[in-house]
Design a protein around this ligand. Structure first.
Ligand code: UT7
Length: 328
């Protein structure tokens, strides 16, 4: 089987209109702008309104990626939506995107891997294109984290946010744009980062809701340590696999997890934080939507040219992690 090259032909994103500043959070939680900025790097974030759901952001993000690529919706072969906050367990959010964008012939599915979901989905999507199984693959990362947040828990309520980003993959001539390396990992863990309720182990009951099992629980310190170590190894190991040095990268588009994590990981991997594209200050941590929103912002800011080496990486609940290094 011969492999094609693959490229990102277009990107798009969509954020909720409602801006929530640190000052807004000070009014409802025992927290401060100073604490949030210094511990996370976040100044404001976007939150969905009560009647908005994940596909309300995923569909416009996907539409913008198709427009940027000049791709007719009828030509899309496959759609993958990475999310841990689907509109509902069934139908898939990919199905809602298929209907919303009128992707007449597309197949697709949702991929669940928390914050690492989009980067995993991008790797899966590139393999569909490289092997010739599909030509136009739309990969979306979309979340409404505010629907699963405990709004009284100051450690998580100040970090997480909502939105969606998307990328359209297409074949590229051999030797041009391509995947140079990708990494992944999984360490089954039910203590550090959890959303236990609503599945078959803890089906939704009055009791499960009273115990807040339908909301995110995070052991902040343990997540922090895992994140720094994983982030740094993903940089060095993915670059090693591709036979390049981290200094050769034009851009790193990391999960916008927390400024202190990003800085600590870059120091550990001996790479300048300036290599990282950052929008955490205004977007917050949008889980699976984080990397594609940042990628779209980077593309629209003119940060990438064909031929540049770009590394995307993310990690989170599972615990799981994933990276992909592309020649743009
Ligand atoms: O996508 C993956 C998602 N996960 C993450 O990004 C989380 C990674 N972890 C972190 O970013 C950090 O652990 C946090 C930002 C969540 C917390 O920062 P920290 O420096 O690790 O603080 P801590 O958990 O050790 O807590 C220190 C203090 C505690 O008070 P006491 O016990 O010392 O009195 C917390 O209750 O900070 C308190 N605290 C807050 N204070 C003001 C926790 N959250 C807040 C807050 N405002 N929002």
């Amino acid at each position: 089987m011969s492999l094609h090259g693959v490229r990102i032909a277009g990107t798009g994103s969509c954020l909720p209109e409602r801006v929530v500043t640190n000052a807004d959070l000070e009014k409802r939680l025992d927290t401060s702008d100073e604490w949030i900025r210094s511990r996370t790097g976040i100044g404001e974030r976007r939150w969905a309104s009560e009647d908005e759901a994940t596909s309300d952001f995923a569909i416009p993000a996907g539409r913008r990626a198709l427009e940027a690529a000049g791709c007719d919706p009828a030509d899309v072969d496959f759609v993958i939506c990475a999310t841990l906050t689907p509109d509902m367990p069934m139908p898939s959010t990919a199905g809602l995107i298929q209907r919303g964008l009128n992707l007449e012939k597309a197949g697709g599915f949702d991929l669940s891997s928390a914050c690492a979901g989009f980067v995993h989905a991008l790797t899966v999507g590139t393999n569909y294109v490289r092997t010739g199984s599909a030509k136009n693959v739309l990969v979306v990362g979309a979340e409404t984290m505010t629907k699963v947040l405990d709004h009284s828990d100051r450690a998580t309520a100040v970090i997480f946010a909502d939105g969606a980003g998307a990328a359209l993959l297409q074949p590229a001539p051999a030797g041009e744009s391509d995947v140079l390396a990708s990494r992944y990992g999984l360490r089954g863990d039910d203590e550090v980062l959890l959303l236990k309720g609503g599945g078959s182990r803890y089906p939704t009951t009055h009791e499960s809701v009273d115990e807040k099992l339908h909301l995110i629980f995070m052991e902040g310190r343990a997540t922090f340590r895992f994140a720094v170590k994983t982030f740094a190894s993903l940089i060095t190991e993915t670059c090693d696999d591709a036979g390049i040095a981290p200094q050769d990268l034009k851009l790193i588009v990391p999960h916008q997890v927390n400024m202190r994590i990003i800085e600590a990981a870059c120091t550990r991997a001996k790479v300048s934080t300036d290599k990282c594209f950052l929008n955490i200050e205004t977007v917050g941590n949008t889980s699976a939507a984080s990397v594609p929103i940042a990628l779209d912002d980077a593309v629209r800011a003119g940060k990438l040219e064909r031929g540049d080496l770009v590394l995307m990486l993310a990690f989170g609940g599972g615990l799981s992690w994933s990276s992909i290094l592309l020649r743009w």
